[in-house]
Design a protein around this ligand. Structure first.
Ligand SMILES: [Zn+2]
Length: 483
C-alpha cells in the first residue's frame, strides 16, 4: 500500500510539471486560445445533444455482419413459425415508421437491413432480432394510445439492435458455459452457424432475446433519444411501459415484460434523459390520422388462436414416426432416423436435430422449441472414454447448462451405464415443460469421444413418450462412431 501511495504521488507530481510546461505559452497565444475556448462553449451550450447519454454496444464475440447473418436466419424461421398479420398496409406503415426511426439510430456506421413485420398475436409484445429484424405483435399496436407510443416501442426494439444486446447476451452466455458445448451446438462454429430452427427452450432465439434489466434501461435511453431526434414526444417511451404495468398490476403481466424485464425507475431514467435532451420539444408529434387508421385495421384482423401451453389437445400431434429410415452422416458418426423426420444440421456438422413435421413448436413466447424429436450435440470435454468419473462430470456439466436455460428441467433418473455402439455411455432422464403442453420426458445418452462429449437428447411429451420410445431406441441402436 505504502509503495503504491508514493508511486501515485510521484506520478501526480510529474503530471503537474507537464501541465506547468504547457501553460507557459506566449501571452497572445493564450488569449487567442481563451477566445477560441469561449467560442466553442457558446457553440456547445445551445446544443443539448452534447449532454445526451452516450451508449455503445458491449463486448461482443460476434461481428455486426454476424448479427445480420444470425438475425436473418432467425427471422426466416420466425416468419415460418409465427402467425403474421398478412396485412400489407399495416406492414407498409410499420416499415415507413420504423425506417424513419432507424434513420436516427446511432449504429456506429453499420448498415443494418431493417425489416418490420406485424404478428397476428394479441399478446402485447415486440421483439427485434440481431441485424434489425423487428416483429411487432398486433397487441402492441392495439395497446398503443397514439403513434408516439408505438414509435416508442419500435425505438426501444431498434435500440436493442444498435446496442447489439442479442449477441452481447449470447457472448456472455457462451462465456458462462465452461465447455461452450450447448452454444457450440446451437451456434455451430460461432461464425453464424446453424440457429434457432431446432433446439428446445435453449434455442438461440431464447438466448438472443433474453435481455438484462441494464440492457432494457439502455434501450429505453437510446430509444428516447431516437424518439426525440425523429420529432416524437420522447416521454412516450416510459409512459407506454408504465401504462402497461399499471393496467396489469396483480394480473398476468404482458408478455413484453417477460422478454423485456422492467428496469427500476423506468420513468425517472427516461425523464432524466428528456431533460438532458433539453426537454420535450414544444411541437413534438404525438399522433397521426394514419396511425388511427392502421390501428382500426389491426383491430379488425381475424384473431388467430395460438396453442396455449398446458391445454390438452391444443396442438395436433405429429404423424407417427415412419418405419423406414434415412441415413445421416455426421462428422464423427452415422445414424438412421425415420424418413418422415426433417434434419436440422448445424453448419459445422457437430450438432444436428431431427424432428417430425409439427415437432417444432412456438414455446408461447415466439421462440421455437423442439417438442418431438432428437437433438445431438457435442460439448467440449476431455477424458478417457472408459473413465466413468470423467463421463459423469462432463454429462453433469451439459445438464447444468441445459437447466440454466430450462429452469423447469429436473433430473428424474440418472447414473445408469449403458453402451452405445460398444462405447461406454451414461443414461439420464429429465422432465421439463413441453411446448406441446404438459410435461415432457428428455432422455439423454452421453458418450465421451475424442471430439468431446457426444450427447443425444430424445424429446417427447410424457403422454406420448411410450409411442416414441421404440423409435428413439432404433435410432440409438443405429449409431456408428468413426473408428
Ligand atoms: Zn427491451
Amino acid at each position: 500500500m505504502g509503495i503504491l501511495g508514493s508511486e501515485w504521488k510521484s506520478l501526480r507530481g510529474n503530471a503537474r510539471q507537464r501541465v506547468r510546461v504547457r501553460v507557459r505559452v506566449p501571452r497572445a497565444h493564450s488569449k487567442l486560445a481563451t477566445c477560441l475556448f469561449l467560442g466553442l462553449l457558446l457553440l456547445l451550450i445551445p446544443d443539448a445533444s452534447a449532454q445526451r447519454t452516450s451508449l455503445k454496444p458491449g463486448w461482443n464475440k460476434f461481428s455486426p455482419q454476424e448479427d445480420i447473418t444470425l438475425g436473418k436466419r432467425a427471422a426466416t424461421d420466425a416468419e415460418k413459425q409465427l402467425p403474421l398479420c398478412n396485412a400489407p398496409k399495416v406492414d407498409a406503415y410499420l416499415t415507413q415508421l420504423g425506417t424513419r426511426l432507424a434513420q436516427k439510430l446511432p449504429t456506429g456506421g453499420v448498415q443494418y437491413p431493417f425489416e418490420f413485420h406485424c404478428v397476428n398475436d394479441k399478446a402485447i409484445n415486440a421483439f427485434a432480432l440481431p441485424g434489425g429484424y423487428v416483429f411487432i405483435n398486433r397487441g402492441g399496436i392495439e395497446a398503443s394510445d397514439n403513434e408516439a407510443q408505438l414509435a416508442a416501442v419500435m425505438a426501444h426494439e431498434l435500440s436493442h439492435v444498435a446496442l447489439r444486446h442479442g449477441t452481447n447476451q449470447a457472448t456472455k452466455a457462451m462465456l458462462a458455459e465452461t465447455g461452450l458445448g450447448i452454444f457450440g451446438a446451437v451456434f455451430g462454429d460461432s461464425t453464424g452457424g446453424a440457429l434457432l430452427t431446432t433446439l428446445g427452450n435453449f434455442t438461440a432465439g431464447g438466448v438472443l432475446l433474453r435481455y438484462s434489466r441494464t440492457a432494457e434501461s439502455q434501450a429505453d435511453v437510446m430509444g428516447t433519444q431516437v424518439l426525440y431526434d425523429t420529432g416524437y414526444d420522447p416521454r412516450a417511451m416510459a409512459q407506454f411501459f408504465e401504462k402497461l404495468q399499471a393496467e396489469t398490476k396483480g394480473k398476468n403481466p404482458p408478455e413484453f415484460f417477460s422478454d423485456h424485464p422492467n428496469p427500476e425507475h423506468r420513468v425517472g431514467r427516461v425523464d432524466d434523459e428528456v431533460e438532458r435532451l433539453g426537454g420535450a420539444p414544444a411541437n413534438a408529434r404525438r399522433d397521426s390520422a394514419e396511425f388511427e387508421a392502421i390501428k382500426r385495421e389491426v383491430l379488425a384482423l381475424p384473431v388467430v388462436k395460438k396453442p396455449t401451453p398446458g391445454a390438452a389437445g391444443a396442438v395436433a400431434a405429429p404423424a407417427a414416426p415412419s418405419r423406414k429410415f434415412a441415413e445421416y452422416q455426421g462428422n464423427s458418426y452415422t445414424l438412421k432416423y425415420p424418413d418422415n423426420w426433417k434434419k436440422y444440421p448445424d453448419s459445422d456438422g457437430g450438432g444436428v436435430s431431427f424432428a417430425p413435421e409439427g415437432g417444432v413448436l412456438d414455446d408461447g413466447s415466439g421462440h421455437s422449441a423442439l417438442a418431438y424429436g432428437l437433438i445431438i450435440g457435442v460439448a467440449q470435454a476431455k477424458g478417457d472414454p472408459n473413465d466413468g468419473g470423467a463421463l459423469s462430470n462432463a454429462t453433469s456439466q451439459v445438464i447444468q447448462d441445459l437447466q440454466k436455460s430450462n429452469p423447469s428441467m429436473k433430473i428424474t433418473r440418472q447414473g445408469e451405464r449403458l453402451r452405445l455402439n460398444g462405447q461406454p455411455g451414461l443414461s439420464t432422464y429429465l422432465s421439463n415443460v413441453s411446448p406441446a403442453g404438459g410435461q415432457e420426458t428428455d432422455w439423454v445418452i452421453s458418450v465421451l469421444r475424442p471430439e468431446g462429449l457426444v450427447y443425444f437428447i430424445c424429446v417427447a411429451p410424457q403422454s406420448a413418450y411410450d409411442s416414441y420410445d421404440k423409435t428413439f431406441s432404433s435410432i440409438l441402436d443405429s449409431v456408428r462412431f468413426a473408428k
